[in-house]
Design a binder for this molecule. Structure first.
Ligand code: WT7
Length: 656
């Protein structure tokens, strides 16, 4: 485990401006200071009140059963249907005509989908899945672009109690296969492709390749989006428009147990094998709906909410699909990239749909900063009233730029800390209550207990750094790692007994407010995407040229971190030396993209003859990070051979 970085923090603390809530927002805010008091007095009653915002077919008996810790059960005995809560109940309440999604395709085609229409589509898709033989409890994999059918597919699964696993469309066939096999999905929902950077980008070929070695997948349901050519396997492949369109638009939503699995989301850990994070129904929906309502202060009758993230990540699950729909809010869903066809695309969308709340990642904000102030300045952003950030630490410069250039110095910026595992936001300002500090997520939300502890698990005093832990269970917490209870306990609950170890370094400032400092384990954060160093290393060593590999995340001005790989080549390959190094690097970068996906492609690959190791054989990534970030080397005394580092330095392309 590496030390939390002190240097990052001193940079963060140089920005001293403070931003209290705008008085009009505070006066009408959904969440108030009283929520902290209520939750502090009795967190279970607080969560019961939050759960009561949902429709339950049968009330729960107990708010929290923690007797099997660290395996939690929330709202035990309660029964509900997640899709019913996201759809039917709003229609029943007379809001069927409210827009659920303003969908914007990258080429400029659009669809406006009301709650009534979405409900009918989901009912048809639920009937279609059942016609394909999908039963309650069966897993369904979804590999899709950002189109309305992706939301429909997820909710159709939820409606029939079939846990979905959405795999980000940027992942490779290999990665998709691993996930399908790990959770034993029998049906895959995909599309011919989606639009990215002005062109159709195929998805079906990756499914064909993945499923070739998944003998238990019996159906592939294919949405036509781009119209591109697809290979077809008769008896297995089914067009969405053939099967779904002909189904009845009514479907009885069965209520499931509060702890019924809702979905599995794979995320990278410190080993090469991704972890299937399991979320269940009642607690997850309660906390996602409550945080979406409180942190974004949404008013369903007038807000237009936009999470500019992919549905293939947890951010999309919680704050494009389940949170906004549970609250009956109107959202924007955008298919493509921010610079297609021009660098003002996002701001054009804000203007067009009068977006009031925008939620995105610091990496996007830093990219917009780099492109220049003139792009947002060309559009009318006056509809915006609140901005959110998620996925990685936001540096104060980016925070201030976001507030000034997008929020026109009047919108609060909420920096929300959470994880795939936490399901919902846990540490964040409340926009009507908190005085924001650029770069700080401030304090745990009502009903959440977090601490910063030292190596021995003791809380650190204000002004000190340490490791972020959660000291109490929370409703949207992961229930386990799919198929691997031991790994669940080992990964999260063993480092500090009785506490959930998040894997992040953090510091408490003099006021006790929390500043997140990035991962302290072997996990990188590239553009807000979590990538395991070990996963990239194992992809590299699976290439015939590579004998050994070490990967580190090096600070990157735009993406937060960039993947830097140090590789030792096998015998013959090594003889080629520096001459072939460029080709080797190109080949290996492509190989990683193929094995995992383009997001994991190393920014830089350095061919070396040895790697720095401790006497026990552990690679010292800290030293490699020093090299990758062009820093003075730290302590080398625990190395078996300290000349290794001189050799690595000598092989570096000269600085700059
Ligand atoms: C890791 C979780 C949360 C959904 C998207 C990422 C980092 C997340 C923040 C933030 C500082 C943050 C942490 C965390 N992270 N939000 N506001 N400030 N760091 O989900 O892929 O599960 O990654 O992202 O390091 O552990 P994820």
């Amino acid at each position: 485990m590496t030390e939390p970085a002190g240097e990052t923090l001193s940079n963060l603390l140089r920005e001293e401006r403070r931003f209290p809530p705008p008085p009009e927002l505070a006066a009408a805010a959904n969440a108030t200071a009283a929520d902290y008091e209520r939750a502090d007095a009795d967190s279970q009653t607080f969560w019961a009140t939050a759960a009561a915002r949902l429709d339950w077919a049968q009330p729960w008996e107990q708010v929290l059963d923690w007797s099997g810790a660290p395996f939690a059960r929330w709202f035990t005995g309660g029964r509900l249907n997640a899709a019913y809560n996201c759809l039917d109940r709003h229609v029943a309440a007379g809001h069927g005509d409210r827009v659920a999604f303003h969908w914007e395709g990258e080429p400029g085609d659009t669809r406006t989908i009301t709650y009534a229409e979405l409900t009918e589509e989901v009912c048809r898709a639920a009937n279609a899945l059942q016609a394909l033989g999908v039963h309650t409890g069966d897993r369904v994999a979804i590999y899709m672009p950002m189109i309305p059918e992706t939301v429909v597919a997820m909710l159709a699964c939820a409606r029939i109690g079939a846990p979905h696993t959405v795999v980000f469309g940027g992942f490779s066939a290999e990665a998709l296969r691993g996930r399908i096999l790990d959770c034993d999905a029998r049906v895959v929902i995909t599309s011919d492709g989606g639009y990215r950077r002005g062109k159709p980008s195929a998805l079906k070929p990756a499914v064909d390749e993945a499923v070739r070695e998944c003998p238990d997948v019996r159906s592939v349901l294919v949405v036509r989006r781009t119209g591109q050519e697809v290979d077809w396997t008769d008896g297995r492949d089914v067009w969405w428009h053939d099967l779904v369109a002909g189904q009845p638009a009514e479907h009885e939503a069965e209520a499931f147990d509060s702890e019924h699995p809702l979905y599995i989301m794979y995320t990278s850990g410190t080993t090469a094998r991704p972890k299937g994070i399991l979320h269940t129904t009642g607690g997850y929906l309660t906390q996602v709906a409550w945080t979406h309502w409180a942190v974004f202060d949404v008013k369903p009758e007038r807000d237009v909410f936009w999470t500019a993230a992919d549905i293939g990540w947890v951010t999309g699950h919680s704050y494009i699909v389940y949170g906004p729909l549970a609250n009956g809010v109107t959202s924007v869903l955008y298919e493509g990239t921010p610079d297609t066809p021009h660098k003002g695309r996002w701001w054009e969308i804000v203007e067009k749909y009068r977006v009031t709340i925008l939620y995105c990642a610091p990496t996007a904000i830093r990219t917009f900063m780099k492109w220049g102030d003139e792009f947002p300045a060309r559009f009318d952003l006056s509809s915006l009233r609140l901005l959110g950030s998620v996925g990685e630490p936001i540096n104060p410069e980016a925070w201030i730029w976001y507030r000034r250039n997008i929020g026109q110095d009047r919108c609060p910026v909420v920096d929300t800390w959470w994880q795939t595992e936490t399901g919902a936001q846990l540490i964040s300002p409340l926009p009507g209550v908190s005085t924001c500090k650029p770069g700080s997520a401030l304090r745990p939300l009502p009903g959440v207990r977090a601490e910063v502890v030292d190596d021995t698990g003791k809380p650190v005093p204000n002004g000190s750094g340490g490791y972020l832990v959660l000291t109490d269970p929370w409703p949207a917490m992961l229930r386990t790692i799919w198929g691997d209870e031991k790994r669940y306990v080992d990964t999260y609950w063993s480092r500090f007994p009785g506490m959930y170890f998040a894997g992040d370094g953090a510091k408490k400032d003099e006021d006790g407010d929390i500043w997140l400092l990035g991962r302290v384990d072997d996990v990188m954060n590239v553009s807000g995407h979590r990538i395991s160093t070990t996963e990239v290393e194992s992809a590299l060593v699976s290439h015939p040229l590579v004998a050994e590999a070490a990967v580190v995340g090096a600070t990157d001005p735009t993406t937060g971190q960039g993947v830097v790989a140090f590789v030792i080549l096998r015998g013959d390959a090594e003889q080629e030396g520096a001459a072939g190094a460029d080709e080797v690097a190109t080949e290996l970068r492509a190989h990683v993209a193929k094995e995992i996906g383009p997001i994991a492609r190393p920014r830089q690959i350095l061919v070396v003859t040895e790697l720095p190791k401790t006497r026990s054989g552990k690679i010292m990534r800290r030293l490699l990070r020093d090299v990758a970030e062009n820093r003075q080397l730290g302590d080398v005394t625990t190395l078996t051979d300290s000349s290794v580092m001189d050799d690595i330095r000598d092989r570096l392309p000269s600085a700059g």
